[in-house]
Design a protein around this ligand. Structure first.
Ligand code: SF4
Ligand code: ZN
Length: 373
């Protein structure tokens, strides 16, 4: 893969040390990827402001996030999935979209899953909701040229909703109008991670401020688009209780921003070639408890936004987990909450390990200074 290099973003932000470490870690990876294949594509269903929809999620393989090339976020292994040379042509990006459309056509029936009321989700010919992630920013023209962005908007013009991922810097009403102009309900997914600037800066090593997120929400509103905030539960260097408090206040602050209608809280998982991985390997990091995820959802259930969580790797040592006995049940309750937004789902799950979790909340600190000489 191409050599990561410092970017203008990192200068004068006091982030050089984290970035230097992250560059070294990422440089250990040397696999390369085909620019004509998407990184991943799958069918699922999602809770949207218009109800539960069949969704096609696409992870486009682009040149990778420019912040990741500078070093980047402490938990993010995404750049490692980008391509040799650092940029992808319009033709290659459109080939990736074709592969995704073929995947949809071949698998749409398989997305049928039984609902609570016993009915099945309609096996539509195509997904109503298209979500595009790029391991970076879809709206960054160094990753996705304007020509490709417009062609992709046209390709999906007959769907109902689109979600595109972007860092706040690249969000503009003009770019989003290319989607809303086709009558698409459009959302920008912003990896805010936390509403607390200090945690975003020092624990996640992400460079922007909460005020930039608020500005992006206003830009999106100008184009008639909405915003979906992605939060990261328990970045490194926070104790379990600090992570829990940080998420509760972050969900509340995001929900209070005009035009931010959905908050997706992702519990941190241990990805390879990241600082989190190095810490985890040395016993310095544990992903959050699923009880903490449930607690945030329960305590923010009255926030003025849809709040969801999709714990990746739940139940494994490298993902959010409890004791091993109750993980599946708690994860099922979380999925149930995602679709119904009813906090009573958590009353139906319990386990002895809740007592351990409570003790951890009381006693764990980010760094146990000498308590006494
Ligand atoms: S989390 Fe997002 S901004 Fe951070 S390095 Fe990964 S892709 Fe880039
Ligand atoms: Zn348990």
């Amino acid at each position: 893969m191409s050599q990561p290099s410092p970017e203008v973003h990192e200068r004068d932000r006091g982030m050089d040390a984290h970035n230097a470490v992250m560059r070294d870690i990422r440089a250990e990876r040397d696999e390369t990827y085909d620019a004509h294949e998407p990184t991943r594509v799958w069918l699922d269903e999602d809770n949207t402001p218009d109800g539960v929809k069949t969704s096609l999620t696409i992870i486009l393989n682009t040149g990778g996030c420019r912040w990741a090339r500078a070093g980047g976020c402490t938990m993010c292994g995404y750049v490692a999935e980008s391509v040799e040379g650092g940029s992808v042509s319009h033709e290659a990006l459109m080939d990736q979209i074709d592969v995704c459309l073929e995947h949809e056509a071949e698998n749409i029936g398989a997305s049928e899953t039984p609902r609570e009321d016993g009915d099945a989700v309609d096996a539509a010919e195509r997904a109503d909701l298209i979500k595009i992630y790029t391991s970076g920013s879809f709206l960054d023209e160094r990753e996705v040229p304007a020509e490709s962005r417009r062609a992709i908007a046209e390709t999906f013009a007959d769907r109902e909703r689109m979600v595109v991922e972007s860092l706040p810097d690249f969000v503009s009403a003009e770019k989003l109008s290319e989607f809303t102009g086709h009558g698409l309900e459009t959302d920008v997914a912003v990896g805010l991670e936390t509403a607390t600037d200090r945690v975003r800066h020092d624990c996640v090593n992400k460079y922007f401020a909460f005020s930039d997120f608020e500005d992006a929400c206003a830009e999106a509103a100008d184009a008639g688009a909405g915003v979906k905030a992605y939060l990261l539960m328990k970045p490194p260097f926070l104790a379990e209780s600090e992570a829990l408090d940080d998420m509760i206040s972050s969900v509340e602050r995001c929900a209070a921003v005009d035009n931010c209608h959905t908050v997706s809280m992702n519990p941190c998982n241990v990805q390879r070639y990241t600082m989190v991985d190095e810490l985890h390997f040395r016993g310095g990091y544990r992903p959050p408890w699923l009880w903490s995820v449930a607690a945030v959802l329960e305590r923010t259930a009255d926030a003025d936004a849809i709040v969801v969580s999709d714990p990746v790797g739940a139940g494994s040592d490298r993902g959010p987990h409890n004791c091993g006995e109750c993980d599946d049940r708690v994860q099922t309750a979380i999925k149930d909450f995602d679709l119904r937004q009813d906090p009573s789902v958590f009353e139906q799950v319990s386990c002895e390990c809740e007592r351990t979790w409570e003790l951890v909340l009381e006693e764990e600190t980010g760094f146990n200074q000498p308590l006494a000489r």
